[in-house]
Design a protein around this ligand. Structure first.
Ligand code: M6R
Length: 369
């Protein structure tokens, strides 16, 4: 039921603090040990892993891209992320010490299932992150971590995405602690911060009116570009995907550093560019680089909307609009930066009078190729 909301998507966006909290609940001990739901793998199996592959489609693939940054940083294992539709038709190098993480909200996506079987044939271990208990993908996997988003009705994935991110962080922390790479107190510190994220998302949701207003002003724009670096890059891709599927608008996401290798020629007077700005703290190099990218697009006439951390005083003078989000550590930031992307696309599509929950040509579960 829509519970008074006009669309399921709106309801599902608003449910995100609860979905994230549920996905975290009871999943870890004070010592930083993570509890998976179904595990046909021993701790030793996890210790034997020497390489991680993540396969998924669409929004789930974007969650996998974020996971790569976290896993390589925390676990110090090589981690590749690939679209399931590509992975299944090539010869990836896998063996029994490869862990393949399969991410699928529905647990039924054909390409993802076939990628899983492709990996299994080469004896890789499979860990599924899925939202649907009893679906095919977790049934065929060696280990499963369920997201607890609750049923997602709108075709555009929102709460499932945030809970996939949480599940990926938990898997990364689990690998790091089982393999003795991170000390218990470091794992515990990330978990403690994660536990505060639902309240932060709630705060973000309460401050989305300016984003809605911006979206309504863009009703007649025919395209939009999204740029980001590091974990902001997959969120730029996700922002563009949401706009494509809901607003039927040409939208592209780029790694900000790639601009001058081609995409910058797309920019002319008034081209909307949404920029995911990293925290100015600690990783100031990354922040400086994104500020120069903002200056580059601005000099060519772009209308820039920045998604930045509260307290960032450097960015606002360079851009047309700034959306401020609470402070959170770099790797966890996608849990917040994704939210204005969802609200923006939903509002813009609504302004255009589109069917929000059931965009044209799309299905919730893609069980065909
Ligand atoms: O059920 P899955 O997570 O396997 O679905 C993957 C994609 O089809 C899905 O994320 C799609 O991209 C969404 N409609 C995006 O909002």
């Amino acid at each position: 039921e829509k519970d008074g909301y006009e669309y399921f998507m709106l309801k599902e966006i608003e449910e995100q603090p609860r979905a994230v909290a549920d996905t975290l609940r009871g999943r870890f001990t004070v010592g930083g040990e993570i509890t998976l739901d179904e595990v046909r793998m021993s701790d030793q199996d996890f210790r034997d892993v020497d390489k991680v592959f993540i396969v998924a489609c669409g929004t789930s693939y974007h969650a996998g891209m974020v996971a790569k940054y976290a896993i390589e940083h925390w676990v110090r294992l090589p981690c590749e992320v690939e679209l399931a539709s590509e992975f299944r038709y090539r010869d990836p190098v896998l063996d029994r010490s490869t862990l393949v993480i399969v991410i699928s909200q529905s647990g039924e996506t054909m390409d993802t299932l076939m990628a899983l079987r492709h990996a299994k044939n080469q004896k890789a271990r499979i860990l599924a992150i899925t939202n649907t208990v009893g679906s095919t993908i977790p049934r065929e996997s060696d280990a499963v971590l369920y997201t607890r988003a609750g049923i997602e009705v709108a075709v555009a994935s929102t709460k499932a995405f945030l809970t996939q991110l949480v599940a990926c962080y938990l898997v990364g922390l689990h690998l790091a602690s089982v393999r003795g790479i991170k000390y218990a107190d470091e794992v515990a510190a990330v978990l403690t911060e994660l536990a505060t994220v639902p309240d932060m998302i709630q705060k973000v949701l309460g401050e989305m009116e300016p984003v809605r207003l911006l979206a309504r002003h863009m009703e007649n724009a025919d395209r939009a570009l999204f740029i980001g670096r590091h974990v902001g890059f997959p969120i730029a891709l996700e922002g563009a995907l949401k706009l494509k599927e809901l607003a039927y608008m040409h939208a592209e996401g780029f790694a900000a550093g790639e601009l001058k290798h081609g995409p910058i020629s797309l920019i002319d007077d008034g081209t909307p560019v949404v920029v995911v700005v990293p925290s100015p703290r600690g990783r100031s190099l990354l922040h400086d680089k994104v500020v120069s990218n903002i200056q580059e697009v601005k000099a060519r006439g772009a209308t820039v909307i920045a998604i930045a951390e509260e307290g960032d005083v450097v960015v606002p003078p360079h851009v047309d609009h700034t959306v401020f989000l609470p402070r959170v550590s770099t790797l966890l930031a996608p849990l917040l930066t994704a939210v204005p992307m969802q609200v923006f696309a939903c509002e813009l599509a609504a302004a255009k009078g589109h069917d929000i929950d059931q965009p044209r040509n799309l299905a919730k579960s893609v069980t065909v190729e």
